[in-house]
Ligand binder design. Structure first.
Ligand SMILES: Cc1ncc(COP(=O)(O)O)c(C=O)c1O
Length: 389
């Protein structure tokens, strides 16, 4: 076979997930739309903000030469400067234009970062439940993930993370608001994690980078925005995108930001544009870079207003059906416990009823299932009505 052994092996490892998705596709083909509810995907259905459409309309007016050409690999300096100022305002830290790289979504940012950081045999600590793709991104660079389970309440077990770090650990990767658990990590977690990682780094004489994957930053349901990890630890590579909050997942635009206090800051600044080139991203989409500049300082209220009523419906349905679940603090997922701890059997049973969920095993956490409420209201209410233990 022409495909690589690595890809073959990854496809095999994930084959039962594929079978589940194929079953869902079959279901949608075979049954009337009104008897199927797909709550499996994190594909946002909120409309992009008005400012986005205004920017697109302005683009039509400008027929300047070379407006749609290549640019410096990390993006337009003016856009990167705007991101640096935005992060300065959020964190009080002196981010500079050169610390910012505009990327092809959060996924592109993770790959660009790993290209700059990872040597074959390096380790990246990830927390379960984890975003399915993390493993593949790390393996792209012949490195390995080390999976550390979260506590039963789905917050990170900070001591266990520190204990899992070895002389080969290059990075610890976290995501909050979290996909799939829906939890938002409090500041105390970052304070403890920063302190412990600084201690381990001093012992191994190798700075451990805390990679903060933050595409759900403004989708939270508490009173205050999630804490800023960069305030608690210097070695933070922060990345986010406009996919979720601004409903622009298909447009592929995000950014990566190096903490101003990072070790080897100059080397990293030089390496990022190289990684953009070497991976063939070249630069993030030009038009989108310009369009999202106006979205940087929006407060995310419209996305929260959009998802909050859906969240309330999910919370009520889970309570009434008697499902245990972590609190729905952010993003647009619920992660209830499956009856009898058998997530795959439960998903199959729900599939037979017409409801598509994702087994927790896909996120390295059997015994739970993920339900996404990033769907139209009618799909959500239909799906929740099918949900029984
Ligand atoms: C935790 C997490 N990280 C990264 C991504 C990728 O986001 P993007 O579409 O911006 O590449 C996703 C998308 O679902 C996600 O849930």
């Amino acid at each position: 076979m022409a495909i690589s052994e690595g890809v073959k092996e990854a496809l095999e490892r994930a084959s039962w997930i594929r079978r589940m998705f194929e079953a869902a596709i079959r279901l949608r083909r075979e049954r009337p739309a009104e008897s199927v509810a797909d709550l499996s995907l994190g594909n946002p259905v909120n409309q992009p903000p008005d400012a986005f459409f205004e920017s697109l309309a302005n683009e039509i007016e400008f027929r300047q030469e070379r407006r749609h050409n290549y640019m410096t690999n990390c993006g337009y300096p003016a856009v990167r400067e705007a991101v640096a100022q935005h992060l300065q305002a959020r964190t009080g830290l002196p981010y500079e234009t050169e610390d910012i790289c505009m990327t092809v979504g959060a996924a592109g940012a993770l790959n660009v970062l790993f290209k700059t950081l990872l040597d074959p045999g390096d380790e990246v600590v990830i927390l379960s439940p984890y975003f399915v793709e993390y493993r593949f991104y790390v393996e792209n660079f012949q490195s390995h993930v080390v999976v550390v389970p979260c506590r039963p309440d789905f917050l990170p077990d900070v001591q266990r993370i520190a204990d899992a770090c070895t002389a080969r650990t290059k990075a610890v990767l976290i995501n909050s608001p979290n996909n799939p658990s829906g939890r938002v990590y409090p500041g105390s977690i970052f304070a403890d994690l920063g302190r412990l990682l600084a201690g381990v780094s001093a012992q191994t004489r190798r700075p451990i980078v805390l990679v903060v994957d933050d595409p759900y930053h403004r989708i939270f349901y508490g009173d205050a925005p999630p804490p800023e990890p960069a305030k608690y630890y210097d070695q933070v590579a922060y990345l986010t995108s406009f996919s979720k909050e601004a409903g622009l997942a298909g447009e592929r635009i995000g950014y990566l930001a190096l903490h101003p206090g990072m070790a080897d800051r100059d080397d990293l600044r030089e390496a990022l544009p190289f990684a953009m080139r070497a991976l063939g991203h070249v630069n993030a989409p030009a038009l989108l870079q310009r369009a999202v500049t106006r979205l940087l300082d929006l407060d995310g209220q419209s996305a929260r207003d959009f998802y909050a009523p859906r969240r309330a419906l999910v919370e009520q349905a889970l309570r009434e059906a008697g499902f245990e679940h972590p609190p729905l603090e952010g993003a647009f997922y619920a992660f209830p416990r499956a009856p009898d701890e058998d997530d795959v059997a439960f998903c199959q049973r729900m599939l037979d009823r017409g409801l598509v969920l994702v087994p927790g095993s896909a996120f390295g956490t059997p015994g739970h299932v993920r339900l996404s409420y990033a769907v139209e209201m009618d799909v959500l209410t239909r799906g929740l009505a099918m949900l029984v233990k």
